[in-house]
Write a protein that binds this ligand. Sequence first.
Ligand code: 5AD
Ligand code: FES
Length: 350
Amino acid sequence: MDGFQIIKELEEEKRIDQSRLDVLLQTGNREVVEYLYQRARAVREKWYGRDVYARGLIEFTNHCRNNCFYCGIRRDNTVVERYRLSGQQILECCERGYALGYRTFVLQGGEDVFYTREKLADIISSIHTRYPDCAITLSFGEWKREDYQCWFDAGARRYLLRHETASREHYSQLHPQEMSLRHRMECLQQLKEIGYQVGAGFMVGSPGQTREYLLKDLLFLREFSPHMVGIGPFLSQKDTPFAQEKNGTLEVTLRLLAILRLLLPKTLLPATTALGTVAPDGRELGLQAGANVVMPNLSPVAVRSKYTLYDNKICTGEEAAECRKCLEQRVELAGYRIVTHRGDSLVEIE
Ligand code: 5AD
Ligand code: FES
């Protein structure tokens, strides 16, 4: 099958099937790959122009009850120094972020039972009351429907929960037995039903990932049609069972970003921190492959180096106090511009 033809048909939403996507994943033809990026950029510009949405990321706790094999803040990691931000500290992050122009705050953390449903609802409604023009995004894992509902009622409108892999076999290679793909998917479904704008996604090049699994991820995402899709390379972390595993690559991540842009034209696609870690210009290249969101770190500098999901994470040093400035320059050099409105997804909520 002709790669150029497949890309055209994908863009026209004519024919999308596993074997066609597989050709795009596999091709070594540089002209086809270049054409793929070119079309992804065109589709992104059709819907979002050259705008890049910025989200202020607040990593508020690195305590976690889970034990995912890949993750540096897993329960069994005794080396990592644990921290929690108080409600007051979180609000201070928002205050700094608001002054810097952010209109979306992402509260991200491990699954930390210290923050009860009520505590979190309090924090969310304080942010919502103080910054009614801002969107509040949550990203702290698997909870009960009632919890998700309560936080929605408190004012949160978006939830990021990567599915990690759409294959049951692969899921069990990445997670201990007590975790299940079924529960993950149930959570995603509930979030959608409650009315959240939902983000899913996966790591590129995670241990055991095959092309077949990637194709399943792509077809799942096409079907689930999330408002946002977060992907970034898997990066090993020295105190996890995957310490010796190979990292995902820049090239495969970029290619998947471009394919996702064609598969889900209006979705929000972040150029992730992991992408900026695997290559110094990774996020810029991500934007040029179809990504349209960046999520600079707003956490207090003192805790940043403790939120180490993987090794060598960027933006953790003193010099990163103002990710906003750094990213603004990077985005401009890549030919885009950061905009400061809420940046809602164009994907309709059905
Ligand atoms: N490398 C890259 N990404 C990781 N994540 C967790 N651990 C790693 C790692 N070692 C990703 C997961 C999770 C998100 C918050 O970060 O996909 O959902
Ligand atoms: Fe954080 Fe560049 S974006 S230091």
